[in-house]
Design a protein around this ligand. Structure first.
Ligand SMILES: Cc1cc2nc3c(=O)[nH]c(=O)nc-3n(C[C@H](O)[C@H](O)[C@H](O)COP(=O)(O)OP(=O)(O)OC[C@H]3O[C@@H](n4cnc5c(N)ncnc54)[C@H](O)[C@@H]3O)c2cc1C
Length: 320
C-alpha cells in the first residue's frame, strides 16, 4: 500500500489533526536527535489504538509505539514507517480503590508522564512512586522496560497491565505474567502495547512524600548531566559491575566523537554535547563497547532503544 493510501486510512481513524507526515523525530526525543518519520500519529482513545494497530498489521509498513522518547536513539535517516505516540493525548489516572490497610490502587494510562503522576499523587498523600517521579518517561515505556531508580523499580508496584498483545487482542496481564527482570518484561520480549497499568501504592504524609521527591531530584541534578540532551543511562548494568565505572576506568570519561560525548559528570551517560548525530552516538557507543571488552572482558549492552537502524529494523520486522 502506498503512503497516500496509508495516510487516508490513518486520517479516517484518527482525524487530520492527529496524523503528521515527514515529522522530525529530534523534537520528540530527549536526545534531540533523529531524522523524519514517514508518519507520526497520536491516538487519543483505546479504540483508536486498536483500530490503528489492526489496520497497520494488515499492511507491510513498520510501526513503533513511543511515549516521551526518553530512551530512544532515532537514526539520522529517520524511520520509514509509523510512529505511534501514546503521550499527553492518551494520559490520565484514577485512584480506583482505597483499602483499609493504607494501600491504594492507582490506574494510569500509558501516556501519563511519570513526573506529573508522582507530583499529583504526592499532593494527595500517595507515596511509593517517589523513585519514579524523576524519570522523564511515560507509564507505557516504564512498565515495558521495568524502569527503576534509587532502589525502586516498576516490578515492585505493578499489580496488572492492560495490553494489546502480538495478535492484536486486548489482555490484562497480572504482575507474575509480566515476567519482570532487570530492565525487561514480557511486554518488551513480545513487543506488546501497554494501554494502562494498575499500581499498588501507599497512603502517607504529603509533606514527607514531597520531601523524598525533592531529595531524589537534588541527587539527580548533582550526579546526572541534566543540562545536556541524552537518553539516560546508555548501557544496562552488566552483572557484577557498574557500566559507568567500567567506562570511567577505561579512561573514556569526557571522550567525544563528533557532537556526542561520554559525560564528564557521569560516565554512564552519552550526551548530545553539540549537535550530535545518531551516527556520532553509534560510533561512540561502539568505541566504548570495544574498549571495555578489551580492557575488562565485559560485554556492554545498550539500554537505549535504537529506532530505524538496520539492526533494529530487522528486529522490528521479525516482531510483526
Ligand atoms: C535524563 C534521563 C534520566 C533517566 N533516568 C532513568 C532512570 O533513573 N531509570 C530508568 O529506568 N530510566 C531512566 N531514563 C530512561 C527513560 O526515561 C526510561 O526508560 C523511560 O521509562 C522511557 O519512557 P518513555 O515514555 O520515554 O519511552 P520511549 O523512550 O518513548 O520508548 C522506550 C521504549 O518503550 C517502548 N514503549 C513506549 N511506550 C510504550 C507503550 N505504551 N507500550 C509498549 N511499549 C512502549 C518503545 O517502543 C521503546 O521500545 C532516563 C532518561 C533520561 C533522558
Amino acid at each position: 500500500m502506498d503512503n497516500d493510501r496509508i495516510a487516508e486510512n490513518l486520517i479516517s481513524i484518527l482525524g487530520e489533526d492527529n496524523v503528521r507526515r515527514d515529522e522530525p523525530m529530534n523534537v520528540h526525543t530527549t536526545f534531540r536527535i533523529g531524522g523524519e518519520a514517514d508518519f507520526f500519529i497520536t491516538p487519543r482513545t483505546e479504540e483508536q489504538i486498536l483500530d490503528v494497530v489492526t489496520f497497520l498489521k494488515k499492511t507491510d509498513i513498520l510501526y513503533m509505539i513511543v511515549g516521551n522518547g526518553s530512551n530512544l536513539l532515532v537514526n539520522d535517516a529517520g524511520f520509514r514507517g509509523v510512529i505511534v505516540e501514546l503521550g499527553d493525548l492518551f494520559s490520565g489516572y484514577e485512584i480506583v480503590n482505597m483499602e483499609g490497610s493504607g494501600a491504594v490502587l492507582v490506574t494510569a494510562k500509558a501516556g501519563m508522564k511519570l513526573t506529573r503522576l508522582g507530583n499529583e499523587l504526592a499532593s494527595k498523600g500517595i507515596g511509593g512512586f517517589e523513585f519514579a517521579t524523576g524519570i522523564p518517561g511515560c507509564i507505557g515505556g516504564a512498565v515495558r522496560m521495568n524502569a527503576g531508580a534509587y532502589g525502586g523499580e516498576f516490578s515492585d508496584i505493578v499489580v496488572s497491565v492492560r495490553v494489546i498483545d502480538k495478535d492484536g487482542l486486548i489482555r490484562e496481564l497480572s504482575a507474575s505474567e509480566l515476567k519482570y527482570a532487570y530492565r525487561t518484561s514480557i511486554v518488551a520480549r513480545q513487543d506488546m502495547i501497554v494501554l494502562e497499568a494498575r499500581l499498588k501504592l501507599l497512603m502517607g504524609n504529603p509533606e514527607e512524600i514531597r520531601g523524598r521527591i525533592k531529595e531524589l531530584a537534588r541527587k539527580r541534578r548533582q550526579k546526572q548531566p541534566l543540562e545536556y540532551p541524552s537518553a539516560g543511562s546508555t548501557f544496562k548494568r552488566p552483572e557484577g559491575y557498574f557500566a559507568a565505572k567500567l567506562i570511567e576506568d577505561a579512561g573514556l570519561k569526557g571522550y567525544s566523537i563528533g557532537g556526542a560525548q561520554v559525560s564528564d559528570k557521569h560516565a554512564g551517560f552519552v550526551i548530545n554535547k553539540d549537535g550530535a548525530t545518531a551516527e556520532d552516538v553509534c560510533r561512540l557507543t561502539e568505541h566504548i563497547k570495544k574498549e571495555v571488552k578489551e580492557k575488562y572482558d565485559v560485554e556492554l549492552e545498550l539500554e537505549i532503544v535504537k529506532v530505524g537502524f538496520q539492526d533494529s529494523l530487522k528486529k522490528e520486522k521479525m516482531l510483526r
